[in-house]
Every structure is written in structure tokens, then in C-alpha cells.
Design a protein. Structure first.
Lengths: 267, 301
């Protein structure tokens, strides 16, 4: 559709050539509190997400990964530095499904469509299509409380996609789910990411999850959050979280993460 | 298709189909289907206990009367009260008495909603206004509205406006406070989720804030109705004028002046009956519907 859309293989190349990334975070600082008594949460973060790329942000608590996501989502402003999302307001998914309980599953999606400017006659069909995409065909009229945790997160995914953005930000969206459901949703997000050619910035503290999903894992240090290290992951998709390849890399990244955490206990 | 280290990756299509099957299985295992009970069951569980309660009260009352615990002009029998009701019925005034009060009460209540809602919205969302009048608004709730009657009589005279003034002074604070509480209890997550899908400003209020605050607002409305009804009865009891028309409060006071205890008891029963009937017919169904749709009713099933 748009010329910016490239396959993930040459996304890395586009990165190097300096073509427009889907998300460009340049030298972002974020601190909270009054001058003099400030807490520095993010310190000089520079990070690009290429169109069609799947990036996971990994870090211990206090690394400001959720803060960074809020900044990219436009819910907050950086203290210094700039964030560009050329495709417009990105979609955001939370750890909680955040669906509106006064609306049915289908209506939740339609509200997002409406606010995205989709004309009324097309909304119903589009909502059904999105539900089908997340394998919830026939759940249009279901109330939120009638759905299981995994189903709710899939409706939330459909609602996020309804915004029409090619950039999807995910803030530990599967952290509250049981392992089996999470496994299924990993497969689903991988499928949908490829099908819809999304650019995903996915925050997690789960190393295996990060490796299972991403093309690139970015490790943030804590207090203040800085980019500590990056890994490019070339294992073919779909991966399995139990596979040897995922496990090996997870061990390496976990070592690094523990090293980052250890530094905080030493002073 | 167990995964082992020797075959870590499935063929793509096979994997997708496998995921779909597992996903569908999980959905079937995890989803809860809402069960609705049958009409007979509802009647037995919901209608029978209060009916028994009323019958017990009447039986005790009849017992006290039969045992002559006190003189019969102080405690008439249930049958005497029933006869008073029949008298009113045959005079053709029973419904006009009830209607006079119900009309005043409901129209006063609706006016209170129209006034209380914007006040609640402003107090909840505009910080200086909240600091300025929030505490007063809350304090007003604990002021019995009968205290306003003398002031209202002096300001407005003994007429319908005075009745409505007393209703408004009683009901507006509870409606406004209900809305403020409803808005305060809206989970911040909903507001964030609303903003990310583009519901800001007026669209945010319409699509997120107001629906999210609805349960608290409804509780406020319910309380507002109770306050309207109480205030009105107080006003009717105190203010007497031939121009006002005969309402339930006035009827009660008239029967006291005649020392007609069965009339007095009938007045009390009717006031109670109307208050409960409006709550059961208007507020309870709306509230239950709202809570059921949000899955908040399961615990009180």
C-alpha cells in the first residue's frame, strides 16, 4: 500500500539508508518532579523501529519502558529529545484489556473505527472482519465479562488494529495471562504482524517472550533507562518458546539483564 | 505434535492450524455463559421472601391489636386501616391524593436531575470549583431538607414553588454528588484507553467518561429520588393551604388533626408504598440492566 512498507528483510537495510522509519526516537530524556528534585526515568534513548519490524523492549522494573511507550503513544511528552511517528497516532495495547464494559466486543471495535473516521455503514462489516482476524468470529454481541482473559486481549488487539495505524505499541499485553493462553497469543500476534505488515514495539520483562517474538531485542538499563544492548534475532518464525534456539539466546540475554540489575545492588 | 529439540519448528501452515485449534479449545474452556433463571425461580427467590416479611409484620400487628396491648384508638387493626383505604376509594379521592404527590415528586425530581447533572459534571472536572463548593455540596446532603421548609415558606409563600424549592434543595446535592463519585471512580485506564483510540475532549466525555460514570450516577439518582420524596412529604406536612391540593403528606396531617389513627397509618403505608414502588418500577430495572451488561451483577445473583 504505502511505499514505506517493506518486508522485514530489507527493513534493516532501509534503516541503514536512513529511509523514514515507522517510529523514530531521538535522544529522548524524561524526568518527573520539580526542578532540583527530579527523577530521571529515561536518559538519551535513541531507537528506530523500521516499517514492518518487530522490536521488543526488555528491562527490569524502573527502566522506564512503559514511560517510553506512553511517550511514543503521545500520552505524555518527552522532557528533551523528539519522537516521530510519521504514520500518525499509533495504536496501544495495555497489560489489562481496557475494553469498555458497557459495550459489546463488537461495539468496542466500532467505537475505535468511528473515532478513526470510518463511516457508519462500513463499521459493522469491518468490526466483523477484525474479529475474524483475531479468531473471534461470532463474538460480536458478547459482553466483555463473558469472554476469557485471552479472548479479551484478542478483542483489545482487534480494537487497536481498528485505529488503522500500522504501528502497534504493546505494554506487556500478555503478562496477566496463563502460560498456555500466552503461548497461543504469541502465535496469533506473530501471524497478525506478518499478515498486516505492522511495525511493533513490544514491552516486556519476560526474556523468552522477547526472544520468541522479536526480530530485534533492545535491553534497557534501569534508573535511568538507557539502551544497554541490542540483539538481532534471525531464528525463523513461527518460533516456539521452548525451542533450543530461543532458550540459548534467552540465557545469554538474561545474563546481561542480571548484570544490569546487579549494578544497582552495589552502591 | 509434541515439540522436541529435534523438531523445534513446525511447518507454518500446520502451526497456524494447530494454534487455531488450541485457541478454539481454550476459548471453549474459559468462556463463561451468562445464565438467566426462569420466571418461576425469580418469583420464588425474589418475590416470596419480602411477601412473607410483610405478612409477618401484619400478623404481629394483628396480634398486638387482639391482645389489647394499647387502646384501639392508638393502635387500630390492619382491617381498620384497610377500611380507611376503602373509604378513600369509594370517595374517589385515593388516586387523586396519590397522584398529586407523585406528580409533584417526579416533576421535582426531574428538575433536580436537570440542575444537578451539570453541577456534578463541573464539580467533578473543574478543580477550583470542586475545592470551592465540593465540601458544601457534600455537607448539604446531611442537612435534613425539612430544615429548608420555613425558609422556603418565607421566600416563596405557601404554594407549589415552595414545594419544588424544598425538593430541589434536598435532591440536587445527592444527584450532583452521585455523579462526582461516579466520575471519581472511573478507572484511569479507561481514560487512557479512550485517549489512545482518539476519544478526547467532548468525544471522550460522551464515549468514555459518562458511560463509565453511569453506575455511580444511577446510585445518585436513586438517592436523589428518595430525597425528593422525603423532602416533599416534609413540605406537605408542614405547609397547609387550600390552594395546594391534597397530597399524601397533607392527608396524613389532616387525619392527625382528626385524631384518626387508622387514617394516619394509612397515610404512612401509602407514602412508604409509593416510595418503594417508584424505586422498584423505575430505578431497580435500569440499575440492574446497567450492572448486568457490565458483568457486575454475578455476585448478587
Amino acid at each position: 500500500m504505502t511505499p514505506a512498507l517493506t518486508t522485514s528483510a530489507d527493513a534493516a537495510g532501509a534503516d541503514a539508508r536512513g529511509a523514514a522509519p515507522a517510529v523514530r526516537i531521538s535522544h529522548v530524556h524524561k524526568s518527573f518532579g520539580r526542578a532540583g528534585a527530579q527523577t530521571h526515568v529515561l536518559d538519551d534513548i535513541t531507537l528506530d523501529v523500521a516499517p514492518g519490524e518487530f522490536v521488543t523492549l526488555l528491562g527490569a522494573s524502573g527502566c522506564g519502558k512503559s514511560t517510553l511507550l506512553n511517550l511514543v503513544a503521545g500520552l505524555d511528552r518527552p522532557t528533551r529529545g523528539s519522537i516521530e511517528v510519521p504514520g500518525g497516532r499509533p495504536a496501544l495495547m495495555f497489560q489489562e484489556h481496557a475494553l469498555f464494559p458497557w459495550l459489546t466486543a463488537g461495539r468496542n471495535i466500532e467505537l475505535a473505527l468511528k473515532l478513526a473516521g470510518v463511516p457508519r455503514p462500513e463499521r459493522r462489516a469491518e468490526a466483523e472482519r477484525l474479529l475474524e482476524l483475531v479468531r473471534l468470529k461470532g463474538s460480536y454481541g458478547k459482553r466483555v465479562h463473558e469472554l476469557s482473559g485471552g479472548m479479551r486481549q484478542r478483542v483489545a488487539m482487534a480494537r487497536a488494529l481498528a485505529q488503522g495505524s500500522k504501528v502497534l505499541l504493546m505494554d506487556e499485553p500478555f503478562a496477566a495471562l496463563d502460560a498456555i493462553t500466552r503461548d497461543v497469543l504469541h502465535d496469533e500476534i506473530t501471524r497478525i504482524w506478518a499478515e498486516r505488515q505492522l511495525s511493533v514495539l513490544f514491552v516486556t520483562h519476560n526474556v523468552r517472550e522477547a526472544v520468541r517474538l522479536a526480530q530485534r531485542v533492545v535491553l534497557l538499563s534501569s534508573r535511568p533507562g538507557r539502551v544497554a544492548r541490542e540483539w538481532r534475532i534471525d531464528l525463523p518464525q513461527p518460533r516456539r518458546i521452548e525451542s533450543a534456539g530461543v532458550a540459548d539466546l534467552s540465557i545469554e540475554i538474561t545474563e546481561e539483564l542480571r548484570g544490569e540489575i546487579r549494578r544497582h545492588g552495589q552502591h | 505434535m509434541a515439540s522436541t529439540d529435534t523438531t523445534p519448528f513446525l511447518d507454518k501452515r500446520e502451526a497456524a492450524a494447530d494454534t487455531a485449534d488450541v485457541g478454539a479449545g481454550l476459548d471453549a474452556l474459559d468462556s463463561v455463559s451468562a445464565q438467566r433463571s426462569s420466571l418461576g425461580e425469580v418469583l420464588r427467590q425474589k418475590a416470596l421472601p419480602p411477601l412473607i416479611g410483610v405478612l409477618v409484620v401484619i400478623a404481629l400487628w394483628q396480634g398486638a391489636y387482639s391482645l389489647h396491648l394499647t387502646s384501639s384508638y392508638k393502635l387500630p387493626s390492619p382491617a381498620d386501616v384497610w377500611h380507611s383505604a376503602q373509604d378513600l376509594w369509594y370517595q374517589g379521592t385515593l388516586f387523586s391524593i396519590i397522584w398529586t404527590s407523585v406528580w409533584r415528586g417526579l416533576s421535582g425530581f426531574l428538575l433536580a436531575v436537570v440542575i444537578g447533572t451539570p453541577i456534578g459534571l463541573v464539580v467533578a472536572r473543574v478543580r477550583p470549583v470542586r475545592t470551592a463548593i465540593g465540601p458544601v455540596l457534600q455537607g448539604l446532603q446531611s442537612l435534613p431538607s425539612v430544615a429548608w421548609v420555613p425558609a422556603a415558606v418565607i421566600w416563596l409563600g405557601i404554594n407549589d414553588s415552595m414545594m419544588y424549592a424544598v425538593i430541589l434543595l434536598g435532591a440536587v446535592p445527592s444527584i450532583a454528588n452521585g455523579l462526582v463519585a461516579g466520575i471519581d471512580q472511573v478507572p484511569p485506564l479507561f481514560l487512557r484507553a479512550g485517549r489512545t483510540i482518539g476519544a478526547t475532549g467532548l468525544a471522550g466525555a460522551r464515549h468514555v467518561l459518562i458511560p463509565a460514570a453511569l453506575p455511580g450516577y444511577l446510585a445518585g439518582l436513586k438517592q436523589g429520588w428518595a430525597f425528593s420524596w422525603r423532602s416533599l412529604m416534609a413540605a406537605e406536612l408542614v405547609a397547609s393551604s387550600p390552594d395546594l391540593g391534597l397530597g399524601l403528606g397533607r392527608y396524613l396531617e389532616n387525619q392527625r388533626e382528626f385524631s384518626d389513627m387508622s387514617g394516619v397509618l394509612l397515610g404512612i403505608v401509602l407514602i412508604l408504598f409509593v416510595g418503594i414502588a417508584i424505586e422498584l418500577l423505575v430505578f431497580t430495572p435500569v440499575e440492574r440492566r446497567v450492572l448486568r451488561n457490565r458483568g457486575l451483577l454475578a455476585a448478587v445473583k
